[in-house]
Ligand binder design. Sequence first.
Ligand code: FAD
Ligand code: FES
Length: 285
Amino acid sequence: MFKIVDKQELAENIIEYTVDAPDVARHHHAGQFCIIRVHSHCERIPLSIAETDPQAGTITLVVQIAGHSTKELAQLEVGDAILDVVGPLGRPTRIGSPKRAVFVGGGVGVPAGNLMAREMKQAGAQVLGIIGFRTKDLVIYEDKLRAATDELIVTTDDGSYGYHGLVTEPLQQQLEAGESYDLVITVGPVVMMRAVAEVTRPYGIHTIASLNPIMVDGTGMCGACRVTVGGETKFACVDGPEFDAHQVDFPELALRLEMYGDEEIRAHEAGPHECRLEQSLNESG
Ligand SMILES: Cc1cc2nc3c(=O)[nH]c(=O)nc-3n(C[C@H](O)[C@H](O)[C@H](O)COP(=O)(O)OP(=O)(O)OC[C@H]3O[C@@H](n4cnc5c(N)ncnc54)[C@H](O)[C@@H]3O)c2cc1C
Ligand code: FES
């Protein structure tokens, strides 16, 4: 069991949890994620890690309440415990040694950029952050990203805060003005990551996208997280979650994310899921 030591509501339907998970905190690197299970009847929820404190043995998760499982998570309070926290999973970010790098984050993808931007700076890069939200009330992690980068541009779709427009616009403006970058990392909605890839493609800038397909086991066995990258099938949980954004089949990823919507609704209407494997293990003592 993994005890919740802090809970903060960052914005409407966005919660930050600090969880006691010493092994994950000790071994985690930027770009990796964990899979949690709130209780034994709950689906697994893959989540990026926004912060670690190896001394205190804690990790920080920022969760957008999206559907059934994240609603169950949201009911947990400080002092409650999460049944499983499995991680760190996936490959760490391959930052290399860029001179000038950009982190482009959107919505609940922004917190993952906290550790990525810090590692880019540690690698010696000058780091520009561009983070975007629908509206001012949904702006999260601005202070953390400001501290982790050399310069930060905040955008809102409705112009209620910062630059009025999409994250791709300041990025495009920088490139058109002749600013040169050798690495762009993007985390956020599929449509945003795809647009970022299209902006950097003509400039030949190495661009990494952290993909968020549906995941089940997180071990490369079930195939749920299958993505196509450069014409090859990859499993995001073990081969990723980060891939060359210019090679990712984003339309396929978007389709696969929508694929199970109806089943999700039917499954939750039918009541809690009992894992038959777990049941038979319990019965056999
Ligand atoms: C590697 C990885 C890291 C992630 N990190 C975070 C994170 O830090 N914070 C966070 O809030 N979410 C993150 N997600 C997405 C999160 O796992 C899903 O939102 C969650 O599993 C939805 O579960 P649910 O039962 O509450 O919603 P569901 O009922 O399963 O789905 C509700 C809605 O969310 C959409 N959805 C479901 N799964 C995903 C997904 N994988 N990505 C995007 N949309 C999805 C569905 O299409 C549907 O519209 C991450 C996903 C991956 C694969
Ligand atoms: S989540 Fe099952 S193979 Fe990746």
